[in-house]
Write a protein that binds this ligand. Sequence first.
Ligand code: SF4
Ligand code: SF4
Length: 198
Amino acid sequence: MTQTMKYEADRDADFARWATSQTGGENLRHCIQCGVCSATCPLSLYMDYTPRRLINLAREGFKKEVLSSFTIWLCASCYACRVECPKQIQVTDIMYALKRRAIQEGVYPSRFPIPVLAKEFGRMIFMWGRVNETLLVIDLFLRTNWFKFLSMTGLGLNLMRTGRMSFLPEHIQRKEELRKILDSLDAQDKQEKKEVAR
Ligand code: SF4
Ligand code: SF4
């Protein structure tokens, strides 16, 4: 992988403040860059930045590199890094916070399926309180890989014929209450962002 020189002027101080104020990110500055997280991570081989490098970039405010990286989407939330970290840094929680921020800012890697899936999943939960697998899969393939979609239509039709997949979304009861909870979490998130930006 090509190594790129980073400059002080490329840092975003607001982003660094935000990253170190997230749940799990409070002790980001205690990271000693020992690399145990990268050595433990089963997926670091496939990541563009290893967990150790990502932690360093996040706390120093290299927002563009962090939010557009594949690393945050490849993280499988296995918690191996968290268990082994000598400084008890919550790497997994930080990955979640970075994923949320990347979705909010729409800067995730283009046509990469995992952020599209996460966003659509959240939208369905807000609308119906449940996920409809058929619509989720169709939406995912249409937005990321048309050819794959066409090659899977036979399988999809068979699943629908045998009643394993349905186009009809299921609704939970009292979804208005769920929406109020989600709206309030969203408002809380926005408020926290404003406070960090001050
Ligand atoms: S294991 Fe912990 S202290 Fe070591 S580099 Fe990773 S996050 Fe930093
Ligand atoms: S939680 Fe994510 S970053 Fe940590 S070891 Fe597992 S896959 Fe790697």
